[in-house]
Design a protein around this ligand. Sequence first.
Ligand code: BDR
Ligand code: CA
Length: 328
Amino acid sequence: MDADAPNQPEPRPLILDVDTGIDDMIALLIAATSPEVNLRGVTCVAGNVEIHHVARNTGKILRMVGRGDVPVSIGAARPLQRRLRTAPDTHGPTGTGYVELRGEDRQLGTTEYTAIPASRYLGAHVSRHPGEMSVVALGPLTNLASAIQQGVDLAGGAREVIWMGGTLEERGNTTETGEWNACVDPEAVEACLRAGAIHRIFPLDATQDIVFTMDDLRDLPDTHLAGIVRDAVRFYVGFHQQADGIDGAYLHDPVVLIGSLLRPDLITETVEERLACDTSSDPAMAGSLYRSEADERPAVSVATAIDADGMKAELISRLGRAVGAPPS
Ligand code: BDR
Ligand code: CA
């Protein structure tokens, strides 16, 4: 798409908050190569893996698609109050399954790691461009909650804040009623919800509508980067086979990126809910979302169903473009 062509909307300014992570990796590849998006920065948070793995994976993935120009900001190394838990069984020892994105590769150039920590990076962009920035958070909400604690008006300052997290009716993937991103840092979720800072949530109820199989990835172009993606996703499929008994994987994060910004028409059901997050010390309950009785709490728009075939086609086609394009 030619961004200067008449009738084409301006690319949407976006900050992506990630804990890269296999599905975060695919979301990054798509965000960095989709012409509808102006990726103004990627903020890193500890979650699936420790923060140094998140930062390194994020930088290298951006460089692999020729986007070393996108600033990467390093954020919270641990949740607001709790001990960090990571998910090596789900995402592999360094976050990218059977692949390890370690080592120097001069050809790929360098990443612009900014010295500004993630919460301040978010705050500076949202405050400097009121009403313009979209923030899509694909991990624990620690960076966003820290920004709020530092006085940033995410609720009123951002154009929209979208989060992949939580579950309403679907069984949790971390506890019976808890989803991973929520369970890692429940206090951060509750701080964001209390502040009205999350406008739209994509819980498991939506993201688990689509199962991606290794067969779906067969049509990706025959490139080195496609091989990396396949090796990472193969690990994720192995985990899902064991944990969920499905022959494929849920690619939560890119589904949320596409469903929120790129193809919102693929969302087939949305509900409005006043939500809160359990922050008790009971490990079986902490991180569960529940419907709040507090009237002053703003309602959140929650996506609960997606056109599965349409989403699968869109994601595979965008991923194909991302891994097929030679770095410029
Ligand atoms: C979420 O948790 C992480 O493991 C994934 O990257 C995704 O953001 C799904 O529950
Ligand atoms: Ca994630």
